[in-house]
Design a protein around this ligand. Structure first.
Ligand code: GLA
Length: 383
């Protein structure tokens, strides 16, 4: 288990100084997928799996990094920072770059990183790294960054250094998560409310397909461009429409459908998903978990058939639980092309379900499914 002590100890042995330590969690998302970069709503929660970042100052202007997962060091002069071929330093260097661009005085530092968020599972380990790094450097150099800026800095780091034009959901959930709650976030205004996650007798179970989303960033950016294209066409007649949040199906029918059916299908999914989130959130607030579950299945079908960001493994994991009365809802979660499904399962049935799914999955795909049980947790903080 990772604790403050184990982190400090390891840091000491690598960098010979005592660090300050920040924890930033991964996230799940109940519903509202691919809506964040369209100005819509999302319903994520931070989880009890996190990234830990430990930092200390240096007397020179070097950035010295060590990643426990890769047992690897990376060093660069602050002034020479740039996106690297190596993946993992980018999330940290991207944050440094954002801070410097905003006029903050950042000096040399040592940074050690460890965590227990499964990588490539769609639980936003990269957003957690960005948010942890932002808070750690904020504390180390007394930058006085308002909390609401943390997710924005993380998101831009991802755009510029990782090349993924992501929305703000992951970084926001990691920063603002609250135990036993989901966040209903308006991604246009960044206003949010905490909604209690009361599932009475049901448990959230994640099935990791163990398909790593390799081509995902290109496809993700393409989806985003398709959504922006739809908005551009609508705006010719409705200049008040800034994002798909302001659009409706009638507008898509009138100005997009005949021009490009693919753009239409993608944009229509987003418009419907933004609407669906409102209904799903209401059902959660009213304790109608079976209804919430049905919306989750609808979301999956949209993501798979219309938005086309699923894969055979994820579809299989959803289809296999669909007829089971003990599973209220299931869908692929996050950007897509791999990662996990999120399931709402009768608590007493979880063990049996895990056996069933594990058996069937290995038979079908010749590889294992991994079960991840998660609890909700608080957001980014020093520990
Ligand atoms: C990824 C992105 C998020 C969001 C989801 C899809 O996790 O980082 O911003 O767009 O995909 O909902």
């Amino acid at each position: 288990m990772i604790t403050k002590d184990t982190i400090q100890h390891k840091f000491q042995s690598i960098f010979h100084s005592t660090p300050l330590v920040v924890r930033s969690p991964g996230r799940i998302n109940i519903i509202g997928e691919h809506t964040d970069y369209n100005g819509g709503f999302v319903l994520p929660a931070a989880i009890d799996k996190a990234v830990y970042v430990a930092v200390s100052k240096r007397s020179d202007l070097r950035i010295c990094l060590y990643a426990e997962d890769y047992q690897e060091r990376y060093e660069v002069e602050l002034s020479e920072r740039a996106p690297t071929e190596k993946h993992w330093p980018n999330y940290i260097l991207g944050v440094v770059d954002q801070l410097v661009q905003r006029g903050h005085v950042v000096e040399g530092f040592n940074l050690y990183i460890d965590g227990d968020i499964p990588l490539g599972a769609g639980l936003s380990s990269s957003a957690a790294v960005e948010c942890a790094t932002t808070l750690a450097l904020n504390e180390l150099f007394a930058l006085d960054i308002p909390r609401l800026e943390i997710p924005k800095i993380g998101q831009l780091a991802e755009h510029t250094y990782a090349g993924v034009k992501c929305g703000i959901m992951d970084q926001f959930a990691s920063t603002f998560g609250k135990k036993d709650h989901v966040i209903k976030l308006d991604c246009r205004s960044l206003e949010f409310e905490y909604v209690p996650l009361k599932l009475d007798g049901y448990t959230i179970v994640l099935f990791n397909s163990n398909v790593k989303h390799s081509l995902a960033s290109t496809a993700y950016n393409t989806r985003r461009e398709q959504c922006e294209q739809a908005v551009e066409w609508i705006r010719v007649n409705h200049p008040e429409v800034d994002s798909l949040r302001d659009a409706n199906v009638a507008m898509l029918d009138a100005y997009v459908k005949e021009r490009d059916i693919e753009v239409y299908t993608k944009a229509r999914f987003v418009v419907e998903e933004i609407e669906r989130l409102q209904l799903a959130c209401k059902s959660l607030q009213e304790g109608d978990i079976p209804l919430l579950g049905r919306y989750m299945f609808d979301t999956h079908d949209g993501l798979s058939k219309a938005y086309e960001v699923s894969c055979p493994e994820l579809d299989f994991l959803v289809d296999i639980v669909r007829p089971l009365p003990q599973v209220l809802g299931s869908r692929m979660m996050g950007g897509g092309f791999g990662g996990c499904t999120i399931n709402i399962v009768e608590s007493a049935y979880v063990d049996e379900l895990v056996r069933l799914i594990s058996d069937q999955y290995v038979k079908q795909f010749g590889k294992d499914v991994t079960v991840i049980k998660v609890q909700t947790a608080d957001g980014t903080s020093t520990i």
